[in-house]
Write a protein that binds this ligand. Structure first.
Ligand code: HOZ
Length: 427
């Protein structure tokens, strides 16, 4: 097993599809994945010795780039003291305090191990708090793979083109209502019909799992008003936007406060961490204070906390990093827009700060239906071309492109040159 292809083939004998998460199989772009050996700053190397400028950034969390020396040092030092205790450690309290100091709506926070777990638990807390069962989610938003949220989900579910997941009982999804993203009137309809039964509205404040789709002006504010009017809990899933758009995530960026916030891998600097937090009165329904049960031996794991604390600590100390990162992203995506418009191709670039997507679609992409109009074959040709030219982009039309603070001007202009060549010659 020397090279990527051999390793992937061997993996397929023992792991479903050869991968531990479906999108990374590169199936939807009709290719096979480079097997990644190492990352440093904004560069990845594969088992064949090829290097790539990384625009996946582990699906977001590597906002400082790979192998940041302070994060590395913090992890190594923590590991020297033991890998897991299943008991309270001081670093968990430090982490909770730091998150509460950065995310404006968070008064209390509970650590879990992934974004999936965070959203699943936040919804349970919202249901326990309101004593209601139904939730509203948006078509094309992805909130992890828990049963009740695999309804019209984005990310790998959308990539595979299977809107409903086998193995999920109808009885479990019966309380999940859906609405199109950016269509406030449909949320209002649900509320008018059954507002007394709706525990929560869960939303990605910037949708980033059907490609990047921005909230239209008034959408998030409208959700806030509807939740207030009907006594529902507003949950912002900030697994992608948290600590990326601003120190306090999308809620700070858009000045709209949710009741609960879910966070993911970025708070572990890429290690398996998630968290949910928000208003004290809701969080105090969670055990051992209240009757909503949620637990886990690995929750608040000291090594994962050490990684996250180092990354978030750096970000808190340097608020100027956000203007740098957002400007770098805005400029990069605007340049892509120029290239595309000169080429005359039917593409749209949706972007905000360091997050963006090139949609191979004709019209504006504002929701699941318009995202689905994208020509996934054309995207596949583009993605294969990019990867074969040393630019690692997500192997799906329905995922985001992420920049980090580690991306250099030269790397970004090199990437633009590759894109330019691709759009002018065809992929
Ligand atoms: N569903 C993830 C991105 N939205 C991909 C996870 C992975 O393959 O690591």
């Amino acid at each position: 097993m020397k090279n990527s292809q051999d390793i992937f083939n061997e993996g397929k004998k023992y792991i479903p599809g050869g991968v531990n998460s479906p999108v990374r199989a590169f199936q939807s772009i009709g290719s096979t994945p480079p097997v990644i050996k190492r990352g440093d700053k904004a560069v990845l190397w594969d088992e064949d010795g090829n290097s790539y400028i990384d625009f996946v950034c582990s699906w977001g969390p590597m906002v400082l780039g790979h192998n940041h020396p302070k994060v590395y040092e913090s992890v190594v030092n923590a590991a020297k003291n033991g890998l897991s205790f299943g008991a309270l450690a001081k670093i968990e309290v430090e982490m909770a305090k730091l998150i509460a100091s950065m995310v404006p709506s968070v008064e209390m926070v509970r650590m879990v191990n992934s974004g999936t777990e965070a959203v699943m638990s936040a919804i349970r807390a919202a249901r326990g708090y309101t004593r209601r069962d139904k939730i509203i989610k948006f078509d094309g938003c992805y909130h992890g793979h828990s049963d009740g949220l695999l309804v019209a989900a984005g990310s790998g579910v959308m990539t595979s083109g299977v809107p409903d997941c086998a193995g999920v009982p109808k009885s479990v999804t019966g309380d999940t209502l859906t609405a199109p993203y950016n269509h406030l009137e449909e949320v209002e309809d649900h509320m008018k019909r059954q507002g007394e039964e709706i525990a929560a509205v869960v939303v990605e404040p910037v949708a980033a799992n059907m490609g990047v789709v921005l909230p239209q002006p008034g959408f998030l504010e409208g959700l806030r008003k509807l939740c207030d009017a009907y006594g529902a809990v507003l949950i912002f899933d900030e697994v992608i936007t948290g600590f990326r758009l601003a120190p306090g995530g999308a809620q700070e960026y858009f000045h709209v406060m949710p009741d609960l916030t879910t966070m993911g891998k970025i708070i572990g600097a890429g290690m398996p961490v998630g968290a949910y937090g928000g208003k004290r009165e809701i969080m105090e329904t969670v055990a051992p204070v209240g009757p909503v049960y949620q637990a886990g031996t690995l929750s608040g794991n000291p090594v994962a906390m050490a990684a996250g604390l180092a990354q978030l600590g750096i970000l808190k100390e340097h608020p100027e990093y956000y203007s740098q990162l957002n400007e770098k992203g805005d400029e990069f995506f605007r340049e892509i827009e120029k290239i595309i418009s000169k080429s005359g191709k039917n593409c749209r670039v949706n972007h905000i700060g360091s997050l963006g997507s090139i949609f191979f679609a004709q019209g504006e992409v504002l929701d699941y239906v318009s995202a689905k109009t994208a020509d996934t074959e054309a995207f596949a040709r583009y993605a294969r071309y990019m990867v074969s030219h040393g630019i690692y982009v997500a192997p799906s039309q329905f995922e985001a492109m992420f920049l980090s603070l580690a991306h250099t001007k030269e790397q970004l202009s090199g990437t633009l040159a590759v894109i330019q060549e691709g759009f002018s010659r065809g992929f």
